[in-house]
Write a protein that binds this ligand. Structure first.
Ligand code: NDP
Ligand code: ZN
Length: 351
């Protein structure tokens, strides 16, 4: 089979590999729709995970089940399913302790294109199918549903970890597809005022659509000053970081109220240390919490999020700015995600 792989830092290309053989609890799937992610870009062009040489890229897919192992109960060949970006081992101690994202060690729930071939192959293996696959709901097409692989759950994870509650003021730093879904998640959780920080016009207008009340362009001056001016100096309740540089943490600590939460979902591909200013952090006694999270995956989570699409509470179509038809277009779509033209939010490839 063919797949689009990392061939070294800054290098991708098509390779041939045998079709994977699956274990008794696993599924073999073939993609119906895939989308490249900014995380693929961090991996290849920043080398952030190390050289995943020869590993097929991609972790966002809707697929058809081709084969299942003898212990799989709930899925069979022909089923159409959503593949979460994170597919943990659910029986492990870390999973039982509530951090299944790190089931086999730090970030190990992130299997695709990290420890095994990803979804940009003609076929791919999904471990523990019953725990990791979610059925494609009736009435939701593969192009939209592929946003449930990663963009919706990651943005919502940012809002969940920030414990956004009704009436709150929330700042979302970075409004690419992940930040936009953080805006939507914060909005659904009842935030009253949502600051959306980004510069591209298409992202700003889409942020408005998802519930942002205030648009902040980081290219127009200091982000903290701009937000503080709008609030007359009152800090916000929560900050969600979904883009930008390590400096975003310094802004966030200055922006958030005592006992507020700074929730990061940005993949920090470059830089060394995150700096927290001692005074801004209340001399270490501000009760401000900082949390960073890998998107949760899991069948239950993806099924519940897909209900939002099924019943019309969340429309992901505005994210899909570039559509391609045909397996061969995956490379072009990935390059778009790398180059981020100003009219791009997210590309999707149907197969
Ligand atoms: P995008 O690149 O599409 O969006 C990034 C956003 O950050 C844009 O709005 C951009 O603004 C903004 N930005 C860029 N530079 C700055 C800056 N200096 N200051 C403030 N804002 C800035 O990324 P995605 O939405 O696709 O992904 C966001 C992050 O989430 C990535 O790092 C990705 O790897 C990560 N990720 C993490 C996951 C997880 O499980 N935690 C899962 C999936 C993705 P503009 O372009 O408008 O100028
Ligand atoms: Zn992703």
């Amino acid at each position: 089979m063919k797949g689009l792989a990392m061939l070294g830092f800054h290098k991708v290309g098509w390779i041939d590999k045998p079709v994977p053989s699956i274990g008794p609890m696993d599924a073999l799937a073939r993609p119906l729709a895939v989308s490249p992610c900014t995380s693929d870009v961090h991996t290849v062009w920043e080398g952030a995970l190390g050289d995943r040489h020869g590993l097929i890229l991609g972790h966002e897919a809707v697929a058809e089940v081709v084969e299942v192992g003898p212990l799989v109960r709930d899925f069979k060949p022909g089923d159409r399913v959503i593949i979460p970006a994170i597919t943990p081992h659910w029986e492990t101690v870390p999973s039982q302790m509530g951090f299944h994202q790190h089931s086999g060690g730090l970030l190990n729930g992130w299997q695709f294109s990290n420890v095994r071939d990803g979804v940009f192959g003609e076929y791919f293996q999904v471990i523990q199918a019953d725990g990791n696959l979610a059925p494609l709901p009736d009435g939701v097409g593969p192009e939209e549903a592929v946003m449930l692989s990663d963009m919706v759950p990651t943005g919502f994870h940012g809002a969940d970890n920030a414990e956004v509650s009704y009436g709150e003021a929330v700042a979302v730093i970075g409004i690419g597809p992940v930040g936009l879904m953080a805006v939507a998640g914060a909005n659904l959780r009842g935030a009253a005022r949502i600051f959306a920080v980004g510069s591209r016009e298409i992202c700003q207008s889409t942020a408005r659509l998802y519930g942002a009340t205030d648009l902040i362009n980081y290219k127009n001056g200091n982000v903290v000053d701009q937000i503080m001016e709008a609030t007359h100096g009152k800090p916000v309740d929560k900050v969600i970081i979904a883009g930008g540089t390590l400096e975003a943490f310094e802004w966030a600590i200055r922006l958030v109220r005592p006992a507020g939460i700074v929730s990061n979902v940005n993949y920090l591909g470059t830089g060394e240390y995150i700096k927290v200013n001692r005074l801004d952090w209340g001399l270490g006694m501000s009760h401000i919490k900082i949390i960073g999270g890998l998107m949760p995956g899991g069948r239950k989570n993806i099924e519940y999020l897909s209900n939002l699409l099924k019943y019309g509470k969340l429309d992901v179509k505005p994210l899909l700015t570039h559509r391609f038809k045909g397996f061969g277009y995956i490379e072009e779509a990935l390059m778009l995600m790398k180059d981020k033209p100003r009219d791009l939010i997210k590309p999707v490839v149907t197969i």
